[in-house]
Design a protein. Structure first.
Length: 484
């Protein structure tokens, strides 16, 4: 039987180990800052130790943990340097949440940094933003960022952000996402999170992604791609067996499977019903080896040879109710795995629901950590600030088991290990003196003379247009005319 003293020693050793992990990450983060390192590091600490949400950058210079002036802060964001490659490798080496069977679940999604009133900022795109009313959306200029994060198994507001890439005007979103996922999966494999024989990593995504294209491009990696598809899609069933003695060209596709036409649906392979506390009864049905009929258009325009047949598992999920919606529409999911069992189907749609935990991270980034607050002009400075916010969120995740619950009088007490990121941030100031502080003390200096009083700006900033700078050919005829 374990005595009280032995339990206290184990608990103390666990605290020291977690504190060492946090200190190690802070040291690696400081080393990845190759220019203006001290100012950028203290700016990140100011984000973590500020009282309340971040409202402006200049207010962060008044935080006690930021020992430099506002001029040094702006100079660090404009002229500093962050090594994303080293920071990605450091993030991949940290401990990651896993499911009950030891599987790593990754979520990919795009969140925009809206800049509608910044005509002098380059490389802005029209970002899709949902309106306040139902089924309404808007296109607002901004910088879209693609994030990849590891998800936890239960309901939580915590995610482990692993990468962020800004989509430029000349980028193909599918190609950028494929390269980003390949880099993340390669980093996790190199860090020892996946070994031969382990379950494949599951990548979940919402509608808007070409899930079949991503499954084809990432087929050589140990991953399973799961994404939501539109309810008006038309897929194809497997081709029927060829009768003996038949002549002519054999068919490549089977009958059509129209998602909005139940009359042509065959009997599902599996059907399960699960009782949930939030959505009522969740009924899932699956069909095996369904695939889209590809054509030489869009991203398949440059494909050499015959177009592939990308088969997967189609899942239809229907729940009794949603928060605020008593008659929800069914959700259609497509997985790149074939031959899925009933347990695999339930694991897929339950993992997809965990994808929405990433929305809590985006809300924390924007409303608490102030990711989209600064009025930064250049996209390079926006990239630096984005990596600082990711580093701050990672430190909150590492400090999660170390922070105390400094709750407000009207808040309910939280169980150990169940603190939200905002509550962990309240106690980070108390943890900071006991961990690594690599930033050096500032040197005394005087501010520069600035622009002479009464003089005008003789070099006005250049105005940039919004939108794509390159247009892809949509048809084979246009592609042949363009390439000759």
């Amino acid at each position: 039987m374990v005595s009280v003293a032995q339990a206290w020693i184990r608990s103390d050793d666990d605290t020291l180990s977690r504190r060492a992990d946090l200190a190690c990450f802070r040291q690696e983060f400081y080393v990845s800052l190759t220019a203006r390192a001290d100012a950028l590091f203290e700016l990140t600490d100011a984000v973590l130790c500020a009282d309340g949400p971040v409202r402006s950058l200049v207010e962060l210079t008044l935080v006690a943990e930021h020992r430099r002036g506002h001029g040094a802060m702006y100079d660090a964001l404009n002229q500093g340097c962050v090594e994303p490659v080293r920071l990605r490798r450091t993030l991949a080496s940290l401990s990651l949440p896993r499911t009950a069977d030891g599987r790593i679940v990754l979520a990919v999604d795009v969140s925009p940094w809206l800049r509608p009133d910044a005509p002098t900022s380059a490389e802005r795109l029209f970002c899709h933003v949902h309106g306040r009313a139902r089924n309404q959306s808007q296109l607002i200029p901004g910088w879209p960022y693609s994030f990849v994060a590891a998800l936890e198994s239960g309901r939580s507001s915590w995610t482990a952000v692993l990468d962020a890439v800004r989509l430029g005007p000349a980028d193909d979103a599918t190609a950028v996402t494929a390269d980003q996922l390949r880099s993340v999966v390669g980093g996790l494999t190199a860090a020892g999170h996946w070994h031969e024989g382990d379950p494949d990593m599951l990548i979940v995504m919402d509608s808007g992604y070409d899930v079949a294209r991503l499954a084809f491009v990432l087929a050589d990696l140990p991953v399973e791609v799961l994404g939501r598809i539109r309810s008006d899609r038309v897929l194809r069933l497997p081709k029927p067996p060829r009768p003996a003695g038949a002549t002519g060209r054999p068919p490549k596709h089977g009958p059509e499977f129209a998602l909005n036409t139940p009359s042509n649906w065959p009997e599902p392979v599996h059907t399960t019903t699960t009782q949930t506390t939030r959505y009522g009864a969740a009924t899932a049905s699956s069909w095996d080896r369904l695939h889209p009929r590809l054509t030489h258009r869009g991203c398949w325009l440059d494909h050499d040879g015959a177009l592939p047949v990308i088969e997967g598992t189609l899942i239809r999920l229907r729940v009794d109710h949603l928060p605020g919606d008593r008659d929800p529409k069914p959700v259609w999911l497509w997985s790149s795995a074939t031959g899925a069992t009933a347990a695999d189907m339930d694991r897929c749609w339950q993992s997809f629901l965990r994808r929405f935990d990433l929305e809590h991270t985006f809300r924390l980034f924007k409303q608490t950590l102030g990711w989209t607050v600064p009025k930064i002009r250049t996209p390079q400075a926006a990239d630096r600030w984005t990596w600082l916010v990711i580093a701050a969120h990672t430190q909150l995740r590492l400090a999660r088991p170390l922070a105390e619950d400094l709750r407000r009088p009207w808040e309910k007490p939280a169980l150990p290990g169940r603190l939200t990121p905002a509550r962990v941030r309240r106690g980070f100031r108390n943890l900071r003196p006991h961990i690594t502080l690599p930033a050096r003390a500032p040197k005394p200096s005087r501010p520069g003379p600035g622009r002479p009083l009464g003089s005008k700006n003789t070099r006005p900033a250049t105005h940039h247009d919004v939108g794509k700078t390159t247009t892809r050919d949509r048809t084979m005829t246009a592609h042949r005319q363009h390439t000759g």
